[in-house]
Write a new protein. Structure first.
Length: 346
């Protein structure tokens, strides 16, 4: 693309726009915790800008001149994630033809951002806890530990408290990560940021595409404000990018904004909403009938039924099923394999 700069990070990861009162309150909290060396846990829906917040914490810390390394825990298979995080020595496993430093060593002196921490397998959670406690890593195939000086920022879009209660996330690791915590509001809950963010994305994509100055007309602005943004900042960025590709005469109009219709099919209840009394009574009545059958291993049966029904409801999409049930993708996959719903090699 003409006039492009280095694109090591996404535009969204640099969109530091804080104009809504909720965002300003969040910014003030970031300013309080950033100068410390405390681990930080960031909680927020997909697309709310968790990496942006992590980068902002890093930029306000004394480590700002040192590396910031971002890693998505869900991007690697269970067999590779240990090597990626902690490194390996030559010959540690088939294919390890040279020694390789892990992400902890790469971030030494700076900040390591672990996104989707809830996807980390339990076996790796134990090793991560030890790294945080001992401030050293041991590469795969090595015996000698390597000292590290890293500030850890973790992020998740699931409630780790629920994962702890379900036995899917270690309680001791949860408390070690949650020294300081930041909860990101969704874009629909901070409407004061919508237009400033839109203007930011318009400016950035105008520059990167080498276009002349482009503006949003009033109809476009109104349409942006009325949308519920189920995909949060990520969705807004993509909508603006597409609108710049198809708009005419350097003006983005409402018809140029192709918005998602996902929100039209979503239940109105939020994650925090409680079921109605009628729904609760109906569920309890069904469970009472099940109790009277005297079925063996009842808990496993109910859990398998719930997971199977959710998997079918999400059209066999593991990511959506995990999100619906509030589980990590790895935990859901393990349950589906145990139930025989998917093949272990799939």
């Amino acid at each position: 693309m003409p006039n492009s700069r280095a694109m090591s990070t996404s535009i969204r990861a640099t969109a530091q726009v804080f104009e809504d009162p909720k965002s300003i309150a969040l910014l003030n909290r970031i300013k309080q915790i950033a100068p410390s060396d405390a681990n930080v846990l960031i909680i927020g829906e997909t697309g709310t800008g968790k990496e942006l917040i992590a980068r902002h914490v890093h930029a306000l810390s004394y480590r700002k001149s040192k590396p910031f390394v971002a890693v998505n825990c869900g991007a690697f298979s269970e067999t590779l994630v240990e090597s990626e995080l902690f490194g390996h020595e030559k010959g540690a496993f088939t294919g390890a033809v040279t020694a390789k430093a892990g992400w902890f060593e790469e971030a030494n002196g700076g900040t390591l951002f672990l996104d989707e921490i809830g996807d980390l397998p339990l076996s790796l959670q134990v090793k991560l806890l030890r790294v945080l406690q001992e401030r050293e890593v041991v590469r795969l195939g090595a015996r000698k530990p390597t000292p590290i000086d890293v500030r850890l920022i973790a992020a998740t879009n699931v409630r780790l408290e629920e994962a702890v209660l379900a036995g899917n996330f270690r309680e001791d690791l949860f408390y070690r990560l949650r020294v300081a915590h930041l909860e990101l509001p969704t874009l629909r809950n901070r409407p004061g940021d919508i237009l400033p963010l839109a203007d930011y994305f318009v400016g950035e994509y105008t520059r990167r595409l080498g276009y002349a100055t482009i503006c949003l007309d009033d109809s476009a602005k109104q349409k942006l404000l009325q949308h519920s943004w189920p995909g949060n900042i990520r969705e807004l960025e993509n909508v603006i990018h597409h609108s710049l590709l198809i708009c005419r005469n350097n003006v983005v109009r409402s018809e140029d904004l192709h918005l998602s219709s996902i929100s039209l099919h979503r239940p109105k209840a939020t994650l925090q909403a409680l079921p109605s009394e009628a729904d609760t009574d109906s569920l309890e009545a069904s469970l009472q009938q099940l109790f009277e059958t005297g079925k063996a291993q009842l808990y496993d049966y109910v859990e398998d039924t719930l997971v199977r029904a959710a998997y079918q409801h999400c059209h066999h999409n593991q990511v959506q099923t995990a999100k619906l049930l509030g589980l990590s993708r790895n935990v859901l996959r393990a349950k589906l394999i145990k139930m025989g719903a998917i093949n272990a090699l799939k």
